[in-house]
Design a protein around this ligand. Structure first.
Ligand SMILES: Cc1cc2nc3c(=O)[nH]c(=O)nc-3n(C[C@H](O)[C@H](O)[C@H](O)COP(=O)(O)OP(=O)(O)OC[C@H]3O[C@@H](n4cnc5c(N)ncnc54)[C@H](O)[C@@H]3O)c2cc1C
Length: 488
């Protein structure tokens, strides 16, 4: 306050505008008085100039927020956007996004994903989510427009996705295409001959059937989407804070469950945000918590007491989301398939796509359960490419026999070990924690619809646009797996 008064009185605007007197004192006198006063302050706070010595609280989160979103990746920002977009009255809801790392160095939404979007899923809800995203992305500059800011450039590559199936998987692929078409996706089936005609660079050996998305599929720049959303939600009044959520303060009450058993319901009242590079923390009181912490959301659930109960009970059921390391390799191949290359998913599980216009490609493949690398760091295993990826690439696209790897990176899947599908909506026992997480390798393309679904259930108590009930947490307790066949 003290500093504010001085700043207001001494701002360059006032002085340079040549105000000659202030309460009857000439400018010279006034300057001398201020200078004397500064000296006095400097004596009290020796060291740096006095302005920087006073405690700055601008990095701290507010003490209260209606909604706290943990994680400022694509899911957290999407929930923030839809909460503000759907609120009944402007500025009705205070939304705070807390992220431990605003540089997004390990966040998969930022630059670590492959940016792919496809409609070729086997679950209708996943097809609907992709179609929802496509509509959003097509109209992105209506959704994310900010006055005086340049438009968002997604660099969308509408090159399609091509899925290849062996004899064993052909019937499932055909069935999936039926579901996709029922949902309105434009996908065609191709025999090996048709495939060879359309993409002459593919070796069709071992391919019994292929499906190809004729529109709304390809890849885009995830970073641009993330930054566009961030800029927009800021303009809508969402607050951001860099810090780590380390603790929840909850209260409990006992209720009778459907089978007469005693159930403990919890409500989060406050969470602690540990400030960046400091031991300082700030408690934030809140009504709703959104767990959008990506690969770390299982840890956040644990902090809230989720899964701390007898095994086999709802209370003892964990959120089964953990970080799984995935490599992406970028290679150069002037003889490669060229500009027409779609995002290809091979029968072997290896995938690739074109990257830019300079004969570069990128791709990889998920390891088997036994091969899962240690997720402690993001180092790349180059032997994995040599032994597990390249042989399949070279078999499917003979031109790739001569490729040269240029670079590689690793990122974390927000991996749902139960069924590799998303977790959306409220927790049944920690009643004010909502999930938007666990989409494993396809979260980027589904986050826009999931954000809306979560905002709807928070604001209106039910899913409205897309019914996401199959994705509720309770399926882990009921051991009711979602079967999605097309996860890369
Ligand atoms: C190699 C790779 C390729 C992929 N390719 C595709 C693709 O082609 N198409 C597709 O749709 N999806 C793809 N994905 C998946 C997609 O990127 C993810 O599903 C999605 O980005 C997850 O977003 P998120 O917001 O949940 O997580 P993130 O982007 O990881 O954000 C989570 C945030 O939570 C923060 N956080 C964690 N813990 C705390 C805490 N305690 N306190 C505060 N903040 C915390 C983190 O700092 C982080 O910024 C890919 C992923 C990888 C790794």
């Amino acid at each position: 306050m003290f500093r504010r008064v001085l700043q207001l009185g001494l701002g360059p605007g006032l002085l340079t505008r040549g105000l000659s007197t202030r309460r009857g004192v000439s400018t010279l006198d006034w300057d001398a008085k201020v200078s004397e006063f500064k000296k006095k302050i400097e004596c009290i706070l020796p060291g740096k100039p006095w302005e920087t010595q006073l405690y700055d609280t601008s990095h701290l989160p507010p003490e209260q927020s209606d909604v706290v979103i943990i994680g400022g990746g694509i899911f957290g920002l999407s929930v923030a956007f839809w909460l503000k977009k759907l609120e009944k009255k402007q500025d009705a809801i205070r939304v705070l996004v807390v992220d431990q790392d605003h540089t997004y160095s390990q966040a998969s939404s930022a630059g670590l994903s492959v940016g792919g979007i496809w409609q070729q899923f086997s679950m209708p809800e996943n097809v609907r989510l992709s179609l929802f995203s496509v509509e959003f992305l097509r109209n992105i500059n209506e959704y994310l427009a900010v006055v005086d800011a340049p438009p968002v450039d997604l660099r969308f590559n509408p090159s399609g996705c091509l899925l290849l199936a062996s004899e064993k998987d052909a019937a499932a692929l055909e069935n999936n295409v039926k579901i996709q078409r029922q949902e309105g996706a434009k996908v065609c089936l191709m025999s090996p001959e048709q495939l060879q005609n359309k993409f002459p660079w593919v070796n069709t050996e071992g391919v019994a059937l292929a499906s190809y998305g004729m529109e709304n599929e390809g890849w885009f720049d995830a970073w641009s989407l993330l930054q566009g959303l961030r800029r927009k939600v800021r303009s809508m009044g969402v607050l951001f804070c860099q810090g780590e959520v380390t603790r929840f303060i909850t209260s409990s009450s006992c209720v009778e469950g459907p089978n007469g058993e005693e159930m403990v319901l919890k409500r989060i009242h406050k969470l602690h945000v540990k400030m960046d590079k400091s031991l300082e923390y700030q408690p934030v009181e809140c009504a709703i918590v959104i767990n959008a912490a990506g690969a770390w959301s299982g840890h956040i659930a644990k902090l809230a007491g989720i899964g701390k109960g007898p095994p086999g009970t709802l209370q003892g059921t964990k959120l089964p989301v953990e970080p799984r390391k995935r490599y992406v390799y970028l290679w150069h191949c002037p003889q490669g398939p060229g500009l027409e290359t779609p995002l290809v998913a091979d029968t072997s599980g290896v995938y690739f796509r074109r990257e830019g216009l300079g004969s570069n490609y990128l791709g990889g493949c998920s390891p088997t359960e036994e091969e899962e690398p240690d997720p402690a760091n993001l180092e790349v295993d180059h032997d994995f490419f040599q032994n597990k990826v390249w042989p399949h690439l070279a078999q499917r696209v003979p031109a790739f026999q001569t490729l040269k790897v240029q670079s590689a990176w690793a990122g974390y899947y927000d991996y749902n070990t139960f069924d590799q599908n998303g977790v959306v909506g409220p927790h049944p026992l920690v009643v004010n924690m909502y999930f938007a997480t666990g989409f494993s390798g396809h979260g980027l393309q589904h986050a826009l619809g999931v954000g809306r679904a979560v905002a709807e259930v928070v604001l209106e108590g039910e899913f409205k646009t897309i019914n996401m009930s199959p994705f509720l947490f309770t399926r882990f307790y009921l051991e009711d797996k979602l079967q999605e066949y097309n996860i890369l």
